[in-house]
Design a protein around this ligand. Sequence first.
Ligand code: KG4
Ligand code: ZN
Length: 341
Amino acid sequence: MILSIESSCDDSSLALTRLEDSKLLWHAKISQEQEHSAHGGVVPELASRLHAHNLPLLLQRAKEFLGGKTPFAPLKAIAITTRPGLAITLLEGLMMAKTLALSLKLPLISVDHLKGHLYSLFINQLHARFPLSVLLVSGGHTLIIEADSPTDMRIIAKSLDDSLGESFDKVARMLGLGYPGGPEVEKCANLCPAGEQYPLPLPLKQKSALAFSFSGLKNAVRLAVAKTQPLSQELQAQICAGFQTTACAHLLHKVRAYLEHARVRCFGLVGGVSANAYIRTQLEILCAQFGVELLCAPLEFCTDNAAMIGRAGVESYHNEEFVDLRTLDISPHTEILESVG
Ligand code: KG4
Ligand code: ZN
């Protein structure tokens, strides 16, 4: 089995994945939502210190799960998220990975976090499916990625400004809802009766470019909030529903444009925002119109976790993609190349 470690943002997570069949044997995560909620977003310094505290606790739990006199004996490699993410939080995970690799004499596997999200679709599955296109919607990214194989992936659409997850978080903050904002906005939007959403402008409506943009929509929410003070619960729900449906309509508009021109059989929806039930349902309807199969990760693996890093790591292990402990470093950028039109 391999031990995987994830610490690219505000989730400390470890997992054990069996090499023969990619079965997830054990996984655990300690989120830092409570600690960051007081600040309305992730504070990197705080996140890094919490990883330093939480990762050893998780390792202790992994050790207890494995049991016996030599609990780490079944390990064949350590997989670690090295990019993209916050430098000082990635480093906490990398330090633990290098220490384990050195002391247990195990090879290291470097995993790109975005590839990890893609592999969240194949946790507990023997084979990943390629070719595959995915819509990755997270706190850090809004992308369409085309993947012909595990080693041939390219970004073909990205956000020109903010990511969708960040926009959900900012909208929640403007409305005085909790952090992380995505689930809060979704809950609040569900209180709005159908057809009563606050009207907001569709981003990049007239632009044919395959790209996303959320800053204008975010600003429209800011103006709506300023205009409608004091904010009743009813209006809060209408604004949340307005934001969610407009952001989703924007995603669908661009994914539709993509599906019209690309030959896609299988489309994936991944990343933290993919936990959103409304977006999942709407994308399902769109894909059905094109005869495209939609794959979504189980809800517990939409947001950051080490299970997806372990699943990606298994693929790399079988391809013998090991990295040198002496030179392995972190990077804020993804290794997936862009071919944005
Ligand atoms: O993938 P993720 O855990 O972290 C990054 O890689 O960035 O995504 C976190 C993001 C946060 O912005 C959070 O608000 C959003 O995912 N999110 C949601 C939902 N659950 C989490 N957004 C909309 N609806 C949700 N149900
Ligand atoms: Zn992520």
